[in-house]
Design a binder for this molecule. Structure first.
Ligand code: KMT
Ligand code: NI
Length: 175
């Protein structure tokens, strides 16, 4: 499964793990309570995987594309990474499936503390609409991810503060 932990408060390199000492792990169950869901899949067969097909049908993930985040493949790499790491929310769920490499998703818990979720090859995660979150590469500086979406994708991110959005109020009320 994925590993998650509460972050330290240091401002150094976002690509470092930022664990506390001692480590403060966060369980899948605690993530579920925040509306964060997780599947483990076989990324080696993503093009023909019946399990992925099943999840997509079940959840209505009709749209998909693949983004390779690496300095040589992603246009405006530096700017995009900066944007991804700005704390933000979306009006829809954010669904990401790591096909190769690694990355971190950080999400806020109920008390507004940062939880870091370490994503490896084969990890599929869904972040609920309205949750404050951010994304970063780790020190390996490379990930290839499938982006899934219910219907036509809307990539628009609203940086914090975005507390007046209905979707934010709805999310907070769900906790
Ligand atoms: C987002 O909105 O946080 C992202 O799209 C993150 C990068 S996609 C792996
Ligand atoms: Ni996002």
């Amino acid at each position: 499964g994925i590993e998650a932990w509460y972050m330290d408060s240091s401002d150094e390199d976002q690509r470092k793990p930022h664990r506390q000492t001692p480590n403060q792990p966060v369980s899948l169950d605690e993530l579920k309570k925040l509306g964060v869901f997780y599947w483990k899949l076989n990324a080696d067969i993503y093009e023909t995987d019946p399990e992925l097909e099943h999840i997509r049908k079940d959840q209505g993930y009709s749209y998909m594309d693949i983004i390779t985040i690496h300095k040589d493949t992603l246009p405006n790499y530096e700017d995009k990474l900066k944007m991804f790491f700005e704390e933000h929310l979306h009006l829809d769920d954010e669904i990401r499936y790591i096909l190769d490499g690694r990355a971190y998703f950080d999400v806020r818990d109920k008390e507004d503390r940062w939880i870091r979720i370490a994503m490896n090859k084969g990890d599929l995660i869904t972040l609920p609409a309205g949750i404050y979150h951010r994304f970063t590469l780790d020190e390996t500086n490379y990930t290839k991810a499938m982006r899934l979406f219910v219907g036509e994708p809307v990539w628009k991110a609203y940086n914090r503060p975005a507390d007046d959005f209905d979707i934010r109020k709805k999310y907070v009320a769900s906790l």
